[in-house]
Design a protein around this ligand. Structure first.
Ligand SMILES: NC(=O)c1ccc[n+]([C@@H]2O[C@H](COP(=O)([O-])OP(=O)(O)OC[C@H]3O[C@@H](n4cnc5c(N)ncnc54)[C@H](O)[C@@H]3O)[C@@H](O)[C@H]2O)c1
Ligand SMILES: O=C(O)C(=O)C[C@@H](O)[C@H](O)[C@H](O)COP(=O)(O)O
Ligand SMILES: [Zn+2]
Length: 375
């Protein structure tokens, strides 16, 4: 059993034979070899990373694996959303096959959500599945993408449209590595932290409104926010792993957000995922008010908080031209939550009272986007 240090948190994801642990805390990179070898028999590994993360952490991870007798190869990909593509999926599969990575060896995603999603997808299809460990290095990947098993790539038609559910065998969230994450990317990850409060944890959202500066500064408040987020996601995934119901709540802000990411052609210089989610969550709260589900004051409160931490909250803050509303509606129509052609949005009836609305009139959404978009 893993010895959990006092400053360390452990969140368990109970999925029967696919159960796994999330370790959260400082200094975990140096323990990766030991933590992996107590869980996975294979003596070989393949590390997938990106240029920003690899330059800082690849050697340290390789050393830790070697100390525990695990021989590793690695591949370093370009950073940014455009790497979540067929081209780089092919590249990673080729590296794993050329390295003869076997089913009981380990594929390690060392990076943010882009690397985690791409690598998890490759690990799930090479030899019809090899063991897989997430070592998330951005705030967003530590609080969200490394947990729950959604893996995949983007398509021209929209976000994450090609992929599989593939749970990791272990998640090691070394909070030390967040110190080298840019402010912009830390803020982007914070959007997904705030999301958990807006879904069904009003007390957590109120705690964030008071303590977000301490979360940004690091230390105990940051670890607390990460642990609460991971526990929240683990609870939802344990209850509805393949999103037949409740898990859709984790998509709050994403129907709008994903459309904006597709509309900006996944250009990280214009919009990154967490920024799209921030704008999307404000839009979801404003749309809920428009549908007379909640007071407009709540949307103002949500926008004020996300703005206070420095996140964009409106479409006119996205650099460059947005395509016509029809193009945004086409992306929304491709959303994976669509059922029998009807749009599904995560809306709200109050702070922390989100719900799945599965028959939202497209005409209402179109009119709403027209009103909210930059003229
Ligand atoms: N599978 C899921 O459940 C899930 C959940 C949320 C988001 N996502 C996906 O995750 C992606 C966004 O993830 P992200 O925000 O981590 O983006 P990302 O993977 O692009 O990482 C953000 C940027 O920060 C850099 N970086 C990461 N860790 C660093 C560190 N410790 N030090 C310095 N630089 C570092 C990266 O190189 C990159 O430039 C999107 O594709 C989104 O769709 C998936
Ligand atoms: O894990 C989930 O379920 C989520 O919705 C988490 C989201 O933050 C994440 O962006 C996820 O990738 C979106 O899911 P998708 O099914 O819309 O791709
Ligand atoms: Zn997300």
């Amino acid at each position: 059993m893993t010895k959990v240090e006092t400053s360390e948190r452990l969140v368990h994801v109970p999925l029967g034979e696919r159960s796994y642990d999330i370790l959260i805390g400082p200094g975990l990179m140096a323990r990766a070899g030991g933590e992996i070898s107590t869980r996975i028999k294979g003596r070989r590994a393949a590390i997938v990373t990106d240029e920003n993360v690899g330059a800082r952490y690849l050697d340290g991870l390789m050393d830790s694996l070697q100390t525990d007798g695990i021989e590793a190869v690695s591949v370093t990909l370009p950073a940014g959303e455009k790497t979540k593509s067929f081209d780089y999926l092919t590249k990673v599969c080729d590296v794993l096959l050329e390295a003869r990575i076997e089913r009981n060896d380990t594929v390690i995603a060392l990076g943010g959500g882009v690397i985690g999603d791409l690598t998890g997808f490759a690990a799930g299809i090479v030899r019809r599945g090899v063991r897989f460990v997430q070592i998330p290095t951005s705030l967003l990947s530590q609080v969200d993408s490394s947990v729950g098993g959604k893996t995949g790539i983007n398509a021209r038609q929209g976000k994450n449209l090609i992929g599989i559910f593939n749970q990791p065998d272990l998640v090691l969230a070394d909070t030390d590595v967040l110190d080298t994450l840019s402010e912009r990317e830390f803020r982007a990850g914070y959007a997904e932290v705030a999301k958990y409060g807006l879904i069904d944890k009003p007390d957590f959202f109120e705690w964030l409104e008071k303590n977000w500066r301490d979360v940004f500064a690091g230390g105990a408040a940051r670890i607390e926010a990460i642990a609460v987020s991971c526990q929240a996601k683990a609870d939802v995934v344990a209850a509805d792993e393949r999103e037949n119901g409740r898990r859709a709540l984790l998509n709050l802000g994403h129907t709008f957000g994903h459309a904006l990411e597709a509309a900006t052609q996944y250009d990280s210089s214009r919009l990154v995922h967490g920024e799209g989610v921030s704008i999307g969550m404000v839009l979801a709260h404003r749309f809920s008010a428009r549908m007379n589900l909640v007071s407009p004051d709540l949307a103002d409160r949500v926008e004020a908080h996300l703005k206070a931490v420095g996140l964009p909250t409106r479409m006119d803050q996205i650099p460059g031209e947005l395509p016509p509303t029809d193009v945004l509606m086409d992306a929304i129509a491709q959303d994976k939550k669509v059922k029998s052609g009807k749009l599904t949005f995560i809306l709200t009836r109050g702070l922390g009272q989100s719900f799945v609305a599965d028959d939202v009139p497209a005409s209402e959404v179109q009119r709403f986007i027209e009103e909210m978009r930059p003229s």
